[in-house]
Design a protein around this ligand. Structure first.
Ligand code: HEC
Length: 143
């Protein structure tokens, strides 16, 4: 009976194929759901520096950076996304000239706000693109 020993081997092989399939499926699902956030290095150092200048020009007559520091920023926007902040600020600020900045200038200012809160810096600028920014949740900086 030369075939008998082959049966368990085939079963083991089949089972491990199933397992591998399930593992890669769940890895795919985890990736699709993996929540992105503002911890994901979404702005650059240079952008934050431009944003600081822009803040001085356009925002500092009414705001100090401190108003957007610490919990203030993350709590005010808790549960929302960077896209919501970008949209809101672009439509409502500066209060004396709503929508008066270019989209990229709003993104720069928001990069400055992220930087003073110590959010991780990346290589690329935050895009002035609501659809992209809506993928990034506002979360508190655990640092
Ligand atoms: C002329 C005064 C004025 C200027 C200039 C101004 N703001 Fe405001 N800002 C306000 C007032 C008043 C509020 C509160 C109103 C509200 O929350 O609806 C506010 C609220 C905000 C908020 C929401 C509150 C918070 O703590 O998150 C943000 C964000 C903001 N401003 C960002 C900016 C940015 C960025 C600029 C510069 C591009 C700017 N503002 C320029 C007057 C101003």
């Amino acid at each position: 009976m030369p075939q008998r020993p082959q049966l368990p081997t085939a079963l083991v092989l089949f089972a491990s194929l199933l397992f591998a399939g399930a593992a890669s499926l769940s890895a795919g699902a985890a990736q699709a759901q993996d929540p992105k956030s503002i911890l994901d290095r979404i702005y650059s150092e240079a952008q934050a520096q431009r944003g600081e200048q822009q803040f001085k020009t356009s925002c500092s007559s009414c705001h100090t950076p401190r108003m957007f520091l610490g919990g203030a920023f993350a709590e005010r926007w808790n549960g929302q996304t960077m896209g919501s902040v970008f949209e809101w600020v672009s439509v409502n600020m500066p209060e004396n000239d709503p929508g008066g900045l270019k989209p990229q200038q709003y993104a720069d200012v928001l990069a400055f706000v992220l930087s003073i809160n110590g959010y991780p810096i990346g290589a690329d600028d935050m895009p002035a693109d609501v659809a992209i920014l809506k993928q990034y949740a506002i979360v508190e900086n655990p640092k």
